[in-house]
Every structure is written in structure tokens, then in C-alpha cells.
Ligand binder design. Structure first.
Ligand code: ZN
Length: 143
């Protein structure tokens, strides 16, 4: 069963912070006033836990909640693949085939609900904020 964007906004997943060893990244979307931060706990190249904080519009917060659910249990490579697929779906990145289902993380599940945001270019940055922040955290986890 898919969860709607509104459900993720009302009942955000993985909200809070991690107490054990983790990497932390923060992001801002000044055009809307959204902020987002993420804690990732990585063991042996796999994301074993995630916690998110932040405030802002429903799109940024719902996107963050969906992202947090999507990356738990994924390897760093799979999380990168998901990020790539998301940015292709939203038209943020080009030059690859968004329908390449062989790519790790090609199946977005609930995240496909955010596809509608493409119709509102000003809101794309809101949906992208958690993913850009995730990329920062993945960079740190790989460092
Ligand atoms: Zn926003």
C-alpha cells in the first residue's frame, strides 16, 4: 500500500535524532524557508538507521519523510541510486534514462507521489532539499 504525501506530512517517519555514532548533514531552501537535517548511521556500507529534523512546507517535509523511509536498510550505493532516480524523475538532472529499472534504487514506491510537484517548478527545490542533504551525508559516510 502506498502512503500519500499528506500522510507523510501529518505523520513524518523517523523524526528525531540518533544517539549512537552517525554522520549529520543540514540543508536549507531559502526560496521557501525550508530547513532539513539528517542523521545517518552506517554500518559496513549499509544505512542501518536514519533520523530527520526540520521544518518548512508540506512538500519539503513529506519528501524528507518518504526519503527517510526509502533509505533505511539500503547500501550507500543504493541510496545514491535512489537519489539519482529521484532527481531524474523531478527533472533536476538530465542525461540518463529515468526509466532504467536496472539501476540500483530505480523503484521509488511512495516517492512517485511527488512526481506531481514537477508541475510546480518553484516547489521542486522543496522536494529536492532532503535529497541534496542526503547526498551530503552520504559523502561524509564514504569519506
Ligand atoms: Zn518548501
Amino acid at each position: 500500500m502506498k502512503s500519500s504525501t499528506a500522510d507523510h506530512y501529518r505523520n513524518p517517519r523517523h523524526r528525531g535524532s540518533l544517539s549512537g555514532p552517525h554522520v549529520h548533514a543540514e540543508g536549507l531552501n531559502p526560496s521557501c524557508g525550508d530547513d532539513f537535517s539528517i542523521d545517518l548511521q552506517v554500518e559496513n556500507g549499509t544505512i542501518v538507521d536514519v533520523a530527520i529534523q526540520g521544518q518548512g512546507c508540506s512538500i519539503s517535509q513529506a519528501s524528507g519523510s518518504m526519503m527517510s523511509e526509502a533509505v533505511v536498510g539500503k547500501t550507500l550505493d543504493e541510496a545514491r541510486g535512489l537519489t539519482t532516480t529521484f532527481k531524474l524523475m523531478m527533472g533536476i538532472d538530465e542525461g540518463d534514462d529515468p526509466l532504467d529499472l536496472e539501476r540500483p534504487g530505480a523503484v521509488l514506491g511512495d516517492l512517485e507521489a511527488l512526481q506531481g510537484v514537477r508541475k510546480f517548478p518553484v516547489r521542486i527545490k522543496c522536494a529536492d532539499l532532503p535529497w541534496t542533504t542526503l547526498s551530503d551525508a552520504l559523502d561524509q559516510a564514504e569519506a
